[in-house]
Write a protein that binds this ligand. Structure first.
Ligand SMILES: *[C@@H]1O[C@H](CO)[C@@H](O)[C@H](O)[C@H]1NC(C)=O
Ligand SMILES: *[C@@H]1O[C@H](CO)[C@@H](O)[C@H](O)[C@H]1NC(C)=O
Ligand SMILES: *[C@@H]1O[C@H](CO)[C@@H](O)[C@H](O)[C@H]1NC(C)=O
Ligand SMILES: *[C@@H]1O[C@H](CO)[C@@H](O)[C@H](O)[C@H]1NC(C)=O
Ligand SMILES: *[C@@H]1O[C@H](CO)[C@@H](O)[C@H](O)[C@H]1NC(C)=O
Ligand SMILES: *[C@@H]1O[C@H](CO)[C@@H](O)[C@H](O)[C@H]1NC(C)=O
Ligand SMILES: *[C@@H]1O[C@H](CO)[C@@H](O)[C@H](O)[C@H]1NC(C)=O
Ligand SMILES: *[C@@H]1O[C@H](CO)[C@@H](O)[C@H](O)[C@H]1NC(C)=O
Ligand SMILES: *[C@@H]1O[C@H](CO)[C@@H](O)[C@H](O)[C@H]1NC(C)=O
Ligand SMILES: *[C@@H]1O[C@H](CO)[C@@H](O)[C@H](O)[C@H]1NC(C)=O
Ligand SMILES: *[C@@H]1O[C@H](CO)[C@@H](O)[C@H](O)[C@H]1NC(C)=O
Ligand SMILES: CC(=O)N[C@H]1CO[C@H](CO)[C@@H](O)[C@@H]1O
Length: 483
């Protein structure tokens, strides 16, 4: 009689506990899907503008890794620093697309940010009023959209580097992870990943150093209650396109015939012409004396890797004798930890099938083989025709920048992962920027254990314990009955 009662009680307890656990879990997951929030960031780079749409569950907005990218639109045309009366029309096409990707009931509460990078930094140096006028046009335009207008600005190179670093580590859940009881804690190994960004007009490096004190070039930031010392530097004019102008400028300067110039970085069989101003008109190249902006310069490809590398190296000052320096006398601690190399680093290495290669030697050899292909053979590959002639240059550029510039060696090269996305979201400064400006990565860690999660963990623990007690009781009864 007593055994039967206990068995019945235990069975009831078992079923009830199971029901409660399932209910809690369902409520918890259901709650997470309750409401989604959206954010829009426009990345106005030197050569193009990209619009990113992000989405996250409203009640989890302070958690790590919950924001993901839901839509990306590349604006047709060149960067905003080459402003024309078509710019807003082209941007408008993307913003229409974006409107369709966000439920209209959410438009009013969706923040929109615009950040301009190196192209506008250069224009700002050259002609401040022109850059202010462009930003004002954009601001007025964005204010006409149904979204919540937040900010239009030129972000500094250091911000760009730091936001890129935040994005990478946020997406990889390096700041926080859930423990067994569903609470957020700092991951065991607590390793962050460095960030290597290559745009058209600038390049950024950012990585956390083990130092306790913030040294030269380092920023101390507190995220979720933990301090990080992040070294970051942005090199204006060392983006892929501006650096190529500097390389071409040096080739022209060193050529005997200034109108017919051999370019070892173009594949052999590829010849082209350029106006002098497209090379020397940039603030990143030194103007020769008596230069005629309209002068036509013919460039003849020779596909000579050794010469190309020499030409690329000529734009770096690698002579500085300072210890712990990258190039041009810039202080940089020795690189440490793993790195994600994205944007231009990724496009170039992807085109040469180099993303899966982790050895420096293999990287070099692949570039070597690629550059020796003539233009005709390159036309047989699946590579985009538009960029075909520039890959030998850009491959040698990223090789030189990483190896001779940032001082990656055969050992540390293996720590570089060439990627454009993590968990299906683009690695770009834009996400880190939105997270920072909307206070979605608080410095304090207090809120990380909100009642909801505590209660959830507590209940889960209690009912799991009850389930186990009930199971053991039933088992004992079963064993007793059988023997
Ligand atoms: C996120 O954190 C901020 C600042 O700590 C706080 O004001 C906000 O209420 C939090 N949001 C959520 C959804 O917990
Ligand atoms: C960009 O231009 C192409 C071809 O002109 C067009 O098909 C495409 O829809 C345009 N995209 C946007 C976002 O404007
Ligand atoms: C820009 O506007 C000017 C004057 O209104 C016009 O002449 C020109 O064709 C326009 N350019 C483009 C690309 O629409
Ligand atoms: C700067 O830009 C403004 C507006 O676009 C233009 O009127 C002016 O001529 C420019 N100044 C220089 C020095 O190029
Ligand atoms: C807009 O961004 C600039 C530069 O980051 C900053 O100085 C300014 O305070 C921001 N304005 C607003 C309203 O957030
Ligand atoms: C993707 O996100 C999940 C959870 O959000 C995380 O556990 C995982 O580490 C992420 N993947 C990568 C490659 O970082
Ligand atoms: C490019 O120039 C070289 C040297 O003048 C010439 O031999 C070659 O035929 C040219 N190639 C093309 C495609 O015009
Ligand atoms: C260079 O970096 C190493 C490693 O961080 C450090 O031990 C050394 O003191 C640094 N040297 C200088 C001159 O800063
Ligand atoms: C990269 O690999 C793909 C597929 O394996 C091939 O079609 C393409 O030609 C390769 N590209 C280069 C530059 O070797
Ligand atoms: C790069 O590879 C080429 C061809 O294999 C080789 O001749 C050259 O010495 C290598 N350069 C470096 C710096 O390893
Ligand atoms: C990643 O995103 C693409 C396009 O946004 C989508 O088609 C794909 O299903 C996504 N993959 C995963 C694993 O979520
Ligand atoms: C060639 C060119 O545009 N040079 C400009 C670069 O920027 C400086 C300001 O930092 C201007 O004074 C130069 O005219």
């Amino acid at each position: 009689m007593a055994t039967k009662t206990i068995a019945a009680l235990a069975t009831f307890l078992l079923l009830a506990s199971a029901a409660v656990i399932i209910t809690i879990s369902v409520i918890q997951t259901h709650h997470a899907r309750l409401q989604l929030k959206y954010g829009i960031v426009l990345d106005c780079g030197s050569s193009r503008t990209t619009v990113y749409v992000y989405r996250w569950p409203a009640d989890k907005e302070n958690n790590t890794g919950v924001v993901s990218e839901t839509h990306v639109c590349n604006v047709n045309g060149s960067g905003i620093s080459d402003w024309s009366n078509m710019t807003l029309n082209k941007l408008g096409k993307c913003m229409k697309e974006v409107e369709e990707h966000i439920p209209s009931s959410q438009h009013k509460t969706t923040p929109v940010y615009l950040g301009a990078t190196a192209g506008m930094r250069l224009l700002h140096l050259q002609n401040e009023s022109a850059s202010n006028e462009i930003l004002l046009n954009l601001k007025n335009y964005l204010k006409t959209l149904p979204f919540q207008f937040k900010n239009v600005s030129i972000i500094s190179g250091e911000e760009e580097g730091l936001y890129g670093w935040i994005t990478v580590n946020y997406l990889m859940n390096n700041f926080l992870e859930r423990n067994l009881w569903n609470a957020w804690v700092r991951p065991h190994a607590a390793q962050t990943v460095g960030s290597l960004d290559l745009g058209g007009a600038s390049t950024q490096i950012a990585f956390a150093t083990p130092d306790d004190e913030a040294g030269e070039g380092q920023t101390q930031i507190t995220l979720y209650g933990y301090k990080y010392n992040v070294y970051t530097h942005s090199y204006l004019c060392y983006g892929k396109n501006e650096a190529e102008k500097a390389v071409l400028a040096n080739l022209v300067q060193m050529s005997k015939d200034k109108r017919n110039v051999l370019n070892p970085c173009y594949p052999s069989g590829y010849n082209t012409t350029k106006r002098a101003k497209s090379i020397f008109g940039s603030n990143c190249t030194k103007n020769p004396t008596n230069y005629d902006p309209e002068q036509i310069i013919a460039l003849f490809g020779t596909g000579n890797v050794l010469r190309c590398r020499e030409a690329v190296r000529s734009i770096f000052d690698l002579q500085s004798s300072c210890e712990n320096c990258s190039f041009n006398g810039v202080h940089q601690p020795p690189v440490s930890g793993k790195f994600k190399a994205y944007a231009g680093f990724f496009y170039t290495s992807d085109a040469l099938n180099l993303t899966a290669t982790s050895s420096l030697d293999q990287f070099n050899r692949t570039i070597w083989d690629f550059c020796s292909l003539d233009h005709k053979s390159l036309l047989q590959t699946k590579l985009q025709k538009k960029h075909l002639h520039s890959y030998c240059y850009s491959a040698n550029y990223i090789y030189t920048l990483l190896k001779d510039g940032y001082k990656f060696n055969a050992d540390t090269w293996q720590d570089i992962d060439f990627q454009s996305k993590v968990n299906n979201t683009s690695i770009a400064w834009t996400l880190g920027y939105m997270l920072a400006l909307s206070n979605m990565i608080p410095a304090e860690a207090k809120f990380l254990l909100p009642m909801k999660n505590d209660v959830f963990a507590g209940l889960l623990f209690l009912f799991s314990a009850l389930t186990i007690v009930a199971l053991i009781t039933l088992l004992i009864i079963l064993v007793r009955t059988c023997y």
